[in-house]
Design a protein around this ligand. Structure first.
Ligand SMILES: [Zn+2]
Ligand SMILES: [Zn+2]
Length: 354
């Protein structure tokens, strides 16, 4: 048999990992169960060198292999996260338990309610006007010292640091309502989009943010001290109105902030109207816009992401934008980006409501 050709090019299925498989941060993350597909692939049977010469007389050519049936698509489970990753959700859950239980044990005072409302507005701006419109979209400019003040205010909302928050939000826009969107209620579930992705432990690492990572004070705040502004705020509430201040001014306000903010990821891709043709399912949702000080005009925002305002019509109330304008009026921020007339008029959906 030496040198004889035993068979070349028989189609045999081989396996290779399919799409939907991404490395993000330190985790090997399968956004969907990994699909193993089959593909016909030429293989050589036997170890002899390939010969294109005709078979010698008397040598029986190898019988062609019977065609193998296509293998069914196989799924592999998600790579499991360690138990310690799930423990990271414990403070978030405890904060909710405390906000639900503690109000029954402390008196409610006007001062405490006032603190809750005041710090809700200030911290909501820290998320919408700072983390979102400044750090994620660079919708205006400011000085380095005021940038740090803004980052500190955002941190007080207890939604991690500016680099983490803005990095994941940029990822949301890049893959909006597609497989790699961290929080799409279209691709995954409403629960996942609202809160599941936050407590899953899968998004602990901050994506690259080259434009802001160069500031060491932001890196330090984002990495080591994200809890400090919030805890100092709780201490301030205690100093002003004791435990009533802590419970109503900080605890309840923080949980309300969480879920109002999360509505942008969940409700604003499900409920409301669409004015602009975008590649996702973003919606303008008026009640979410009220709760989030303007972020609910989410279809407007997905259409024109880099401008500082999201309410494009006069009746689309956008409190975060008004605050940015007020800061610009006193010179703390500048180069506030406005939507151009061309952008406002482009990609309009024909039968959209005004
Ligand atoms: Zn969105
Ligand atoms: Zn955005």
């Amino acid at each position: 048999m030496g040198g004889a050709r035993r068979g070349v090019g028989s189609p045999v299925p081989v396996l290779y990992p399919g799409a939907g498989f991404a490395i993000w941060g330190e985790h090997l993350r399968a956004t969907r169960p990994i699909l193993l597909r089959t593909r016909a692939h030429p293989v050589i049977h036997g170890a002899e060198p390939i010969s294109t010469a005709a078979p010698s007389p008397g040598v029986v050519p190898a019988l062609p292999l019977p065609a193998l049936p296509a293998l069914p698509a196989l799924t592999l489970p998600r790579p499991a996260l360690g138990w310690y990753a799930r423990l990271r959700a414990v403070p978030f859950i405890l904060l909710h338990v405390a906000a639900l239980v503690a109000p029954f044990f402390v008196p409610i005072t006007w001062t405490a309610v006032g603190l809750g409302l005041l710090f809700y507005v200030v911290r909501m701006f820290g998320i919408t006007g700072v983390y979102h419109r400044y750090f994620a979209h660079k919708a205006y400019k400011t000085s380095r010292w005021f940038q740090f003040v803004l980052a500190w205010i955002g941190c007080a909302a207890m939604q991690k640091g500016p680099l983490w928050w803005a990095g994941h939000h940029r990822h949301h826009h890049k893959h909006s309502d597609q497989e790699d969107d961290p929080h799409s209620p279209i691709v995954k579930t409403v629960w996942w989009a609202h809160v599941g992705w936050v407590i899953s432990g899968r998004f602990r690492e901050a994506p690259a943010m080259k434009d802001f990572e160069k500031y060491p004070e932001l890196r330090v705040l984002d990495t080591f001290f994200t809890w400090v502004p919030g805890l100092l705020l709780a201490a301030l509430c205690f100093a002003i109105d004791g435990w009533s201040g802590v419970v109503w001014g900080f605890l309840v306000g923080t949980v309300c902030l969480y879920h109002a903010t999360f509505l942008v990821n969940s409700a604003c891709h499900l409920f409301g109207t669409r004015r602009y043709e975008t590649t996702d399912q973003s919606k303008n949702c008026w009640w979410a816009a009220i709760l989030t000080m303007g972020e609910g005009w989410h279809n407007n925002h997905h259409h024109y992401q880099s401008c500082a305002r999201q309410g494009f019509k006069w009746w689309e109330v956008d409190v975060s934008y008004y605050i940015i304008r007020a800061l610009a009026a006193v010179g703390l921020v500048w180069d506030v980006r406005e939507p151009t007339a061309k952008a406002l008029a482009s990609k309009l959906i024909a039968d959209a409501k005004p």
